[in-house]
Design a protein around this ligand. Structure first.
Ligand code: ZN
Length: 454
């Protein structure tokens, strides 16, 4: 098998190289061809991980959480394999392993941090059984790709059945994640925020999944919501309720980055409190930090360098990534479903200064052709967000413009993204937000990188 393994490595490297030469992201193709050459490749390579394999699943926040988690583990002096670009289907996972292997097909790593698409987990887990699964949240996503949320949950549970010893680290504020964990019968710990945050302005018109108890069908009672269905819930009929938080964020402050404390319950029942701060913005990022922190602590790391990592963490994948083009500060962020978009709107509103906004909506296969979800986003809130000009772009620019029109918000359509950015620069924009859905992310990021250099 040594020969086929080497051949698979060479194939992956060649495909990756050629794709890059052609200006394409070759990561997924590399994995696809390598697996054709040697179908046992992923099983073989992943079995060489010396310590633990952690997978991150969930609708929103996977890439940020997974990258942050890997940074925490690396800061403990460990070697980590990671699919950092967010290629999270089987081929992308294979690529992460095969592209870090030697020509002889050997990998040298202590941990693997792998984000896995919820619907792809059942194709990945036959190759390796993760030791931990971090579940960030379960929101409604691209309906024509995933179907309703219970279909996603069934697919994920099918996968988890293949890994009976996998421990779950879940967002306990999400009733769907908590119900999923309880139903699975797997051991789990929860993280969350047990009190409402007064500084955080959420939308009041959000679609909330999980209104009914998944164990008995009764309507759940909520003490409060943070956003979407995340909050504090209990079933008045069967006793199912928000599980105890092993990792609880308290004293949350959103001014000038994120500040909060994590209260951690030990097995003996003591509570330890630790203050954390981050240059990261956006209330929802507290969950991403909590998830990574919880995972690091479950792995028994002290995380002594966490402050430095959080304060220097530079997102480099279009998640809240900042650029400077001439004298304009540009913030690029991915927004691919209603929950994600509503969170983005909240983050834009956390910045009270004057700003401009570009929204790019595509409807390629990876985005989902059905863009009716735009009607589930509370765009009306942009009217109170101190936004000067709005430009819509992308393949479905006119649908987006119509959506704004129904919110009585004026916008201009500029078809090319580069033209849209230049249009804003000409209008003297100094503070520009660009919100894009999935397939627009890679190209827009490339454009901004290029414009920054000019
Ligand atoms: Zn119930």
């Amino acid at each position: 098998m040594g020969f086929r393994r080497s051949l698979a490595v060479i194939t992956a490297r060649s495909v990756n190289f050629i794709s890059r030469m052609m200006g394409k992201q070759g990561v997924t193709m590399a994995g696809k061809y390598a697996l054709k050459v040697y179908p046992n490749l992923l099983k073989d390579l992943s079995s060489q991980v010396r310590e633990k394999i952690i997978v991150t699943c969930g609708t929103n926040g996977k890439t940020t959480t997974n990258n942050m988690m890997a940074a925490f583990i690396k800061s403990e002096g460990k070697k980590v394999i990671i699919n950092s670009t967010g290629s999270n289907m089987l081929a992308g996972v294979v690529s992460a392993f095969v592209l870090s292997a030697s020509l002889g097909g050997k990998i040298d790593c202590d941990y693997a941090c792998i984000e896995v698409d919820e619907a792809s987990a059942r194709r990945v887990f036959p190759h390796f059984k993760p030791d931990y699964m971090v579940l960030t949240n379960l929101f409604r996503d691209q309906l024509d790709r995933y179907g309703e949320i219970d279909i996603t949950m069934n697919l994920l549970s099918e996968a988890l059945d293949m890994a009976p010893d996998c421990k779950l680290i879940i967002n306990a504020d999400d009733v769907l994640a908590a119900s999923f964990a309880k139903k699975s019968g797997h051991e789990f710990v929860g993280f969350g925020i047990d009190k409402p945050c007064s500084q955080f302005r959420s939308s009041e018109n959000e679609i909330r999944e999980g209104r009914f108890c998944l164990f008995c069908g009764s309507e759940l009672k909520y003490d409060f919501y943070h956003f979407s269905q995340l909050g504090s819930y209990a079933c008045p009929n069967c006793g199912f309720k928000h599980p105890l938080l092993k990792y609880n964020a308290t004293d949350v402050s959103l001014s000038k980055g994120l500040k909060f404390a994590v209260e951690e319950k030990s097995d003996s029942g003591d509570t330890k409190k630790r203050a954390l701060s981050s240059n990261y913005r956006g209330f929802y990022n507290i969950y991403n930090i909590l998830a990574s922190y919880a995972c690091g602590r479950e792995l028994k790391f002290d995380l002594n360098k966490i402050d430095k990592i959080l304060n220097n963490f530079k997102p480099e994948n279009g998640r809240m990534e900042s650029f400077k083009v001439r004298d304009c500060n540009i913030l690029l962020n991915l927004a691919k479903n209603p929950a994600g978009f509503n969170q983005n709107i909240s983050s834009v509103m956390e910045d009270e200064s004057e700003k401009d906004l570009i929204v790019v909506i595509n409807d390629n296969a990876q985005d989902g052709h059905d863009i009716s979800w735009l009607w589930d986003v509370d765009f009306e809130r942009f009217a109170d967000a101190n936004v000067r000009n709005i430009v819509v772009s992308g393949l479905r620019a006119y649908d987006m413009q119509l959506r704004f029109k129904y919110s009585e918000i004026e916008s201009e359509a500029v078809m090319g993204v580069e033209d849209a950015i230049n249009h804003m620069l000409k209008k003297g924009s100094k503070n520009l937000y660009i919100l894009v859905n999935y397939t627009a992310l890679f190209s827009t990021r490339g454009l901004l990188k290029g414009m920054e250099k000019r």
